[in-house]
Write a new protein. Structure first.
Length: 302
C-alpha cells in the first residue's frame, strides 16, 4: 500500500487537472481521511503550488460543519499535499438521475446553505458543481458539504477582471465573459444548474464547448422549464428560471435565499431541523406525562 507521510493511501476518490484526491487511513489517529496531492507535472510551478497551499489555508480558516476541514499539510517527493475530512457518501454527482423530487430539493437546499457559509466568510467558490458537493451519509437527513476551493476567490477581489475559471456548464454569464466582475450571485447561478440537473437528470443548457455553451447561456432569455410530469411545484420552476437569469439582479440575491425558497416552494418536506432543543410544547407535554405517571404509581402504592 502506498504511503504519503504517515497516511496509507487506500483508493482514489477523484482527480482533476491539478490534483488527485485519495481516501487514506491515519494510523496514529485510527481514522479515515482524504488526501489531496498536487499533480506531478505542476509541482515545479511556483504559482500553482502557492494556489494549492492557499486552498488548504482557506479551508482551514473556514470553520463550519458544512465545509470540508483541513487537518494537516506536507510535502513528499517535492509534491505538496494536504489532509482533509473524509466524508462518507460520495458526491452529488452520483445522485444525478437517481433522485426523487423531494430528495433533490433537500440536497440542493443543503448545497445552498453550505455555499452561504463561504459567502459569509467573504469567499465566492466559482466552481460549484455536483462533484464538488459531498454527501455526508452519517447525518440524518443527509447533509451536503462544499469542497474544492481551488478556484475560490475573495469577494473583495472579484469585482474586477480576473482569470476565467470554473466548469462551463455551471458558469454564470458574467463569470464566463468577465462582464464587470461578479459576486456570490454567480454561485447562485451554479446552484440553479445543479438543482435543475438533480431534478431532471440533465443540464439546462447544451453540452457543447465553452464558447458554444456560454453563448447559449448568455443569449437565452427564458431557461428551459422543468418537465410537468415530474410533479414539481410551479414555484420551483419559477425559482430556477430566476436563478438562471442572465442578469444577476433577477436571481435570488443570496445562496441562503435560494435554499430557503427551495424548501418553501417545495413544501418543506425535507427542511433541515433548525435547532436540536425541544420546543416549549414538548417540554410541557413531557411534564404532564411525568406528573400523571407519578400520580398513578403513588395511588397504586397506597
Amino acid at each position: 500500500m502506498r504511503k504519503l507521510g504517515r497516511y496509507l493511501l487506500e483508493g482514489r476518490l477523484g482527480a482533476g487537472s491539478f490534483a488527485t484526491v485519495w481516501k487514506a487511513y491515519d494510523p496514529e489517529l485510527d481514522t479515515d481521511v482524504a488526501v489531496k496531492v498536487l499533480a506531478d507535472n505542476w509541482a515545479s510551478n511556483a504559482d500553482v503550488r502557492e494556489r494549492f497551499l492557499a486552498e488548504a489555508r482557506l479551508l482551514r480558516r473556514i470553520s463550519s460543519p458544512r465545509v470540508v476541514r483541513v487537518h494537516d499539510v506536507g510535502v513528499q517527493d517535492d509534491r505538496p499535499y494536504f489532509v482533509m475530512d473524509y466524508v462518507p457518501g460520495g458526491t452529488l454527482a452520483e445522485k444525478i438521475g437517481h433522485c426523487r423530487p423531494a430528495e433533490a430539493l433537500h440536497l440542493a437546499a443543503e448545497a445552498g446553505y453550505a455555499v452561504q457559509v463561504l459567502h459569509d466568510t467573504g469567499v465566492v467558490h466559482r466552481d460549484i458543481k455536483p462533484s464538488n458537493l459531498l454527501l455526508d451519509a452519517g447525518r440524518t437527513p443527509t447533509a451536503v458539504l462544499v469542497a474544492d476551493l481551488g478556484s475560490a476567490k475573495q469577494l473583495a477581489d472579484a469585482s474586477g477582471l480576473t482569470v476565467t475559471t470554473g466548469t462551463p456548464a455551471y458558469m454564470a454569464p458574467e463569470q464566463a465573459f468577465q462582464t464587470g466582475g461578479f459576486d456570490g450571485r454567480a454561485d447562485v447561478y451554479a446552484l440553479g444548474v445543479v438543482t435543475f440537473e438533480l431534478l431532471t437528470g440533465r443540464k439546462p443548457f447544451g453540452s457543447g464547448g465553452r464558447a458554444t455553451l456560454t453563448t447559449e447561456q448568455a443569449s437565452t432569455s427564458s431557461p428551459p422549464a422543468i418537465p410537468s410530469d415530474l410533479g414539481v411545484p410551479n414555484g420551483i420552476d419559477r425559482l430556477l428560471r430566476a436563478a438562471l437569469s442572465v442578469d444577476p439582479g433577477d436571481r435570488p440575491q443570496t445562496a441562503q435565499a435560494f435554499a430557503d425558497a427551495l424548501l418553501s416552494q417545495g413544501g418543506g418536506e425535507w427542511a433541515p431541523a433548525r435547532s436540536s432543543r425541544p420546543t416549549r410544547l414538548v417540554v410541557w407535554l413531557a411534564a404532564i406525562v411525568v406528573y400523571l405517571v407519578t400520580a398513578v404509581l403513588t395511588w397504586l402504592v397506597r
